[in-house]
Design a protein around this ligand. Structure first.
Ligand code: NDP
Length: 385
């Protein structure tokens, strides 16, 4: 039996993971589940899977969670420190599915305890790639990519032939505004932006998909996960989201991983790795799909991808600054404070104003993150005024 902890259990990825775990009660036992504020769903999930402990990040909600779990044997804890401790709860396998840089310390705690960490929380790797990957190497942790593109690359990348990899090609759906004119993009609403054509995801990553920042974050993520240079990473828009990414070798072979756009496939791959397990996902019907399309991304209409590429090329603190500014801008857009095209404007402005030495510790990353958030907040106020 594999013991499992799920950080961000009430989110889109967390719930997909719970779904798979619940279907195989003989294969998995649940150690810790965490959430930030959604007490009702956290408690219900903890009861459903018989978790050892449930941890809520917002410490003011301790009594509410305790109450919801009264009469059970499930341990209850609350607060940031408890959440970080839960990430190192001794589980064999930890799903890191907190959204944003808020997941960085828990991810680091999970990596430091060793075992296997399934990483969905891309913002942690974008912000602190070098620091996290050094810890992965030092602790011998198995870091498995959950993001569908990186999971696809992981399945196609032959480590022993890394020297023969010519290119890694990340596919992008293009998001809900792929064909929209630049003049109309300024008017899109949060409700339109979170309605992704192919994937059902949390609000933040849905907006990132709509701006193509998600693909930019994924380029940075891929750079840290695989032994390639930044200039070996490419993006191709593939609106059907059937091919999840590809690896091209010097002999001309291109290996691709295909599947329905359902995160339970890459999560199942990580849960069972190095074996396989059943996942209740729709099978591909190629005749029904008919054709697969490809086009180059448009970095004029979607400047976030360009900003992320530049941050990757520059390295150092740039990716952490990019990520923090983007988190604030996306929250501002979702909250109705700024328009859709102000997201890249806010990010670009913070990148122009601020730089810092390359971070070498998590503390350094958190300091950079904090300053970039402060500047993004100021820029948003100016934009909104
Ligand atoms: P959701 O918004 O659906 O869920 C986020 C989870 O994180 C919730 O459990 C939430 O708890 C918790 N959380 C939010 N803020 C904090 C905080 N400050 N401290 C601790 N926990 C917090 O996100 P997704 O599941 O969509 O995405 C999670 C991560 O996975 C992201 O990094 C995303 O980029 C990545 N990812 C997601 C994919 C998807 O299909 N959804 C695909 C690939 C990657 P609460 O509910 O209580 O707020």
């Amino acid at each position: 039996m594999k013991s499992v902890s799920i950080l961000g259990a009430t989110g889109s990825i967390g719930k997909s993971t719970l779904d798979l775990v619940q279907r195989q009660p003989d294969a998995f036992k649940v150690e810790a589940l965490t959430a930030q504020s959604n007490v009702a769903e956290l408690a219900a999930a903890a009861i459903a899977v018989g978790a050892q402990q449930a941890v809520i990040g917002d410490e003011r909600l301790y009594a509410e969670l305790k109450d919801a779990l009264s009469g059970t044997c499930i341990g209850v804890a609350a607060g940031r420190d408890a959440l970080i401790a839960a990430a190192a709860s001794g589980a064999d396998w930890t799903m890191a599915a907190i959204v944003g840089c808020a997941g960085l310390e828990p991810v680091m705690a999970a990596i430091e305890q060793g075992g296997t960490v399934a990483l969905a929380n891309k913002e942690a790797l974008v912000s602190a790639g070098d620091v996290l990957m050094l810890a992965v190497a030092e602790k011998g942790t198995a870091l498995l990519p959950v993001d569908s593109e990186h999971n696809a690359i992981f399945q196609c990348f032959e480590d022993r032939n890394a020297a023969y990899v010519r290119r890694v090609i990340l596919t992008a759906s293009g998001g809900p505004f792929r064909t929209m004119a630049a003049t109309d993009l300024v008017n899109v609403t949060p409700a339109q932006a979170v309605r992704h054509p192919n994937w059902s995801m949390g609000a933040k990553i849905s907006v990132d998909s709509a701006t193509l920042m998600n693909k930019g974050l994924e380029l940075i993520e891929a750079y840290h996960l695989f032994p390639v240079n930044a200039d070996q990473l490419d993006v191709i828009v593939h609106p059907q989201s059937v091919i999840h990414s590809m690896v091209e070798y010097q002999d001309g072979s291109v290996l691709a991983q295909l599947g329905s756009p359902d995160m339970r496939t890459p999560i199942a791959h990580c849960l069972a790795f190095p074996d396989r397990m059943h996942a209740p996902v729709a099978r591909l019907n190629f005749a029904q799909i008919g054709q697969l399309g490809f086009e180059d991304p448009d970095m004029d209409r979607f400047p976030c991808l360009r900003l992320a590429k530049n941050a990757l090329a520059a390295g150092g603190a740039r990716p952490a600054i990019l990520n923090a500014a983007n988190e604030i801008a996306v929250a501002g857009f979702l909250g109705g404070q700024i328009g859709f095209m102000s997201i890249p404007a806010v990010v670009e402005s913070v990148l122009e104003q601020y730089d810092a030495p390359a971070p070498s510790t998590i503390r350094d990353v958190l300091d950079i993150d904090e300053e970039a958030r402060r500047l993004a907040g100021l820029k948003m106020e100016a934009v909104a005024a």
